[in-house]
Design a protein around this ligand. Sequence first.
Ligand code: PMP
Length: 286
Amino acid sequence: ATGTNIRTYFDGTWHAGDVPVMKAADHGSWLGSTVFDGARYVNGMAPDLEAHCARVNRSAEALMITPTVATQEMIGIVREGLALYPREAAVYIRPMYWAIDGDPTAIVPAPDRTGFAICLEEIPMPAEGASTTLTRTRFRRPVLEDAVVNAKAGCLYPNNARMLTEARAKGFGNALVADALGNVAETATANVFMVKDGVVLTPVANGTFLAGITRARHISNLRADGIEVRETVLTFDDFHAADEVFLTGNMSKITPVTAFDDTIYPVGPITMRARALYWDWAASAG
Ligand code: PMP
C-alpha cells in the first residue's frame, strides 16, 4: 500500500486497515487470476463510480472469474466505506476479484468460487501545476490473442512495470507505448491525447489497450464544449509534431505532458480547458 488511512471491505464488512484476503493455494495467489478497478473520491465526488464498478465485473468475466457483487450493490458498499472518511479526504477506491480455486486441471477458475475485496486508501491528488514527461519504450501492448487485454487484470501490469522502470531510469516520468503494429497506444498507467491545430487527437480504441473511463469522459466533455475530438491512428512522429499532449486516468484525471524525449510542449489552453470541463462535469454529476 502507498496511501494512509486504509480500510478494507472483505467477507461482508468494512475493516480498519489492510487485511489479509488470499490463501497461498488460492488460484489468484499462484496463477494470478486477479482483476481490479481504480476510482476516486475527491471533494465529496466519486466521478464515474458506476462505470468503474461495472468494469471490474466485466474484467472478472474476461478472466472466467464469476463476478459475485452486482454493480449497484458494489456502489452501495463503496459509499458505505467512503462515509467513514472526512469529506475533504482524497481516497483511491479499488474493488478487486480473484479466483479461489480451479477445476481439476486447476488453471480454469471454478465457477462461483470468487474472492472479493475493496481497498480504500487516502492518496492525495497531484499538486496544482503537476505535469509529467514521456519517453518512447520498446515494450508494447499485447493483442487479445496474446493476453486478456479486454480486462483490467493484475497479470498485465508487470509489462507496464518494466516500461515505467525503463522510463524512470532514463529520467522520464512515463513511457509512451506502441501497439503490436507500432502505432501509439497509451502510456504505462494512463491514456494519451495530443492537440494539433486546435483538434484533439487520441489513439483509436483498437482493443490492445485500456480505453479508459476517464478518456471517454474527457472526449464527451470536450465534444459537448464544441472542441473537435478524433480517435485515429497516431504515430510517434505525430506526437513529436503535437502542440499539446496530456494523459488521462482515474488516479489524476488529467496530467499535462511537458516533454516527449527531445520534444518540448507547453501546458496549453486545450489541456487547461479539458481539466476545467472535467471538474465542472464532476460537480454537476454529484
Ligand atoms: N491505461 C492503463 C494501462 C491504466 O492502468 C489506466 C488506469 N486504470 C488507464 C489507461 C486509464 O483508465 P481509466 O481512465 O479507466 O482509469
